[in-house]
Design a protein around this ligand. Structure first.
Ligand code: ZN
Length: 181
């Protein structure tokens, strides 16, 4: 296991769709270890495989804070099977160092995935919690969707990106989400 370099916004890999995992092999278990090591080394709450340059449908999340014990959750081949409600919150991403902007997300989600041992599990998260939002954020990475594509105000977001020397918004990637209004 190792701490990997996190790709920054502008790298092509972040926009590429990721492949399904056919077997939770030793290689995938190593990938999970690298994702966790890299996420913890960067004080993140989530990290998806494409962010370290590997386009497989795998991400990790840990929303534990302070003195709480670590609580990593591994998602392989995730499927969001239910979503409802909406919430606006300020989000960031390890691929966008220091840049935060308001995005709109579902408040409640139910997700199905495999864990690092290949066991299926279902998780239901409600009330727009950090975990509910992180799941949607990381899931998007697997389809090449980035949090700025959900931004509430593209001009404000562009200012933030500029401030942190990141490329501007890609207008053709902005999502129209009337169901979240
Ligand atoms: Zn991200």
């Amino acid at each position: 296991m190792a701490v990997k370099k996190i790709l920054r916004y502008g790298e092509k890999t972040l926009r590429e769709p990721s492949k399904e995992v056919h077997k939770v092999s030793k290689k995938i278990v190593e990938l999970v270890g690298d994702l966790l090591d890299t996420m913890y080394a960067n004080n993140g709450v989530g990290l998806a495989a494409p962010q370290i340059g590997i386009n497989y449908r795998v991400f990790v999340i840990d929303v534990s804070t302070g003195d709480e014990p670590l609580n990593p959750i591994v998602f392989i081949n995730p499927k969001i099977i239910k979503k409802s409600g909406s919430i606006v919150s300020n989000e960031g991403c390890l691929s966008f160092p220091e840049a935060y902007t308001d995005v709109r997300r579902y408040k409640n989600v139910m997700i199905k995935a495999l864990d690092e041992k290949g066991r299926a599990f279902t998780l239901e998260v409600n009330d727009g919690s950090l975990l509910a939002r992180a799941i949607q954020h990381e899931f998007d990475h697997l389809d090449g969707i980035l949090f700025i594509d959900h931004c509430i105000n593209r001009f404000e977001t562009d200012d933030v990106l500029k401030k942190y020397n990141l490329p501007p918004i890609e207008a053709d990637k902005l999502l129209s989400e009337p169901e979240l209004e």
